[in-house]
Design a protein around this ligand. Structure first.
Ligand SMILES: Cc1cc2nc3c(=O)[nH]c(=O)nc-3n(C[C@H](O)[C@H](O)[C@H](O)COP(=O)(O)OP(=O)(O)OC[C@H]3O[C@@H](n4cnc5c(N)ncnc54)[C@H](O)[C@@H]3O)c2cc1C
Length: 335
């Protein structure tokens, strides 16, 4: 490993089954923007744990000036305790100012444990980050039920850590002239301390049902006002007729009208950018809007003319969702 250089804007690049998660590139683009905002620019560094991946140099194309690889058989499958232990030692040795991670299943699991080990704060589920006039990281997080966007600062401890949702930062941009070094970090000293309290034995992949939200050009989204599982099937029918995907708000996940939590859109769900967003019986809480605000044409149906979703809609239909859905399906079927 090269000599210790204090400081740095670090991105923990997530690698699963030999693929780098695209949120890592989004975070690197943001890290490059933060670098420009810092009073004295610090290097952008990507850290990859696990095993060798073909795409490793891509991290440089998206702005990493140094890529630290931490490869070992014990790290090939993500394990909270082990990853946190290794990253704790690495971060303590190199002392970065900022550490960004994706608010993915792994990032959400790892970041708080790592933050606790490093005795620093973690701003979770952020929708943006910036550097303020005092040179601190400002993490923007929806608060008070999503009604306001709050700024979280961590001025007294280092590193300043934040997790950001995949997709919220927009399309990552490549740098015109990538220039990076690859540093191999040997984690064996850290691994010797691992008590192996938790051991992942295998990864079982859950088959995705239906069209992934991220790939759909049309998304039909239902909210709590849909009212029942029976009514929910109308949304699925409409999505299938339009060749689109079905998304939902959090109460719908709680009611278990959807098959998978992966269908939720918003700060704790997915961020989407369909060409057409068709929202039925959902209020438009900030937690949801954060995940759909970059959609193309937004069409909403709500019985309440004052529903906040109408403020971000291009077409507003005030009325009963079930009545409208039934009529629309009938019209599309040509009946
Ligand atoms: C930390 C945190 C994270 C969160 N993350 C997310 C997230 O990622 N995604 C998310 O969606 N939520 C999230 N939430 C929850 C979020 O704050 C809102 O509570 C949620 O989005 C509201 O869902 P809804 O619009 O379906 O329900 P409601 O707010 O209850 O709205 C229902 C709407 O349906 C309308 N309606 C009722 N009946 C009918 C009818 N027959 N016809 C037409 N309209 C009708 C009503 O007028 C109302 O506007 C989060 C909350 C917290 C605290």
């Amino acid at each position: 490993m090269t000599a210790k250089t204090a400081g740095g804007i670090w991105v923990v690049a997530e690698q699963v089954a030999g693929r780098i998660n695209t949120v890592s590139y989004e975070l690197l683009s943001k890290a490059c923007a933060l670098k420009k905002q810092l009073k004295s620019p610090e290097p952008v560094v990507a850290v990859v744990l696990g095993k060798a991946v073909e795409e490793i140099e891509q991290l440089g194309r998206f702005g990493a000036e140094e890529i630290i690889t931490v490869f070992a058989p014990a790290l090939e499958i993500y394990q909270n305790d082990t990853y946190a232990l290794v990253l704790q030692d690495l971060i303590t040795a190199r002392d970065p100012s900022l550490v960004l991670m994706g608010a993915t299943a792994i990032g959400q699991d790892l970041a708080p444990v790592l933050g606790a080990r490093l005795k620093t704060g973690v701003a979770a589920h952020c929708v943006d980050v910036r550097i303020n006039e005092d040179n601190y990281l400002v993490a923007v997080v929806p608060a008070f039920g999503g009604k306001v966007l709050g700024d979280i600062l961590c001025p007294n401890t280092r590193p300043q850590m934040a997790t950001l949702k995949p997709g919220v930062l927009g399309k990552p941009t490549t740098v015109s002239e990538p220039s990076f070094i690859i540093t191999n970090y040997d984690p064996s000293c850290s691994l010797q301390k691992d008590q192996g309290r938790i051991k992942a034995l295998e990864v079982v992949r859950q088959e995705q049902t239906g069209m992934p939200l991220e790939e759909a050009e049309v998304i039909v989204i239902g909210g709590w006002g849909i009212g029942s599982q029976e009514n929910w099937t109308l949304l699925e029918e409409l999505a299938s007729l339009l060749g689109g995907a079905v998304g939902c708000t959090r109460p719908v996940v709680d009611e278990q009208w959807v098959k998978s939590e992966q269908q939720m859109i918003g700060t704790s769900g997915k961020s989407v950018r369909p060409k057409v967003y068709l929202g039925f019986a959902l209020s438009g809480a900030t937690h949801h809007v954060c995940g759909m605000k970059d959609s193309g044409l937004v069409i909403s149906v709500n019985k309440d003319a004052a529903a906040p979703i109408f403020a971000v809609s291009d077409l507003r239909i005030v009325g009963d969702a079930k009545t409208f859905l039934t009529a629309l399906i009938k019209r599309i079927k040509g009946k």
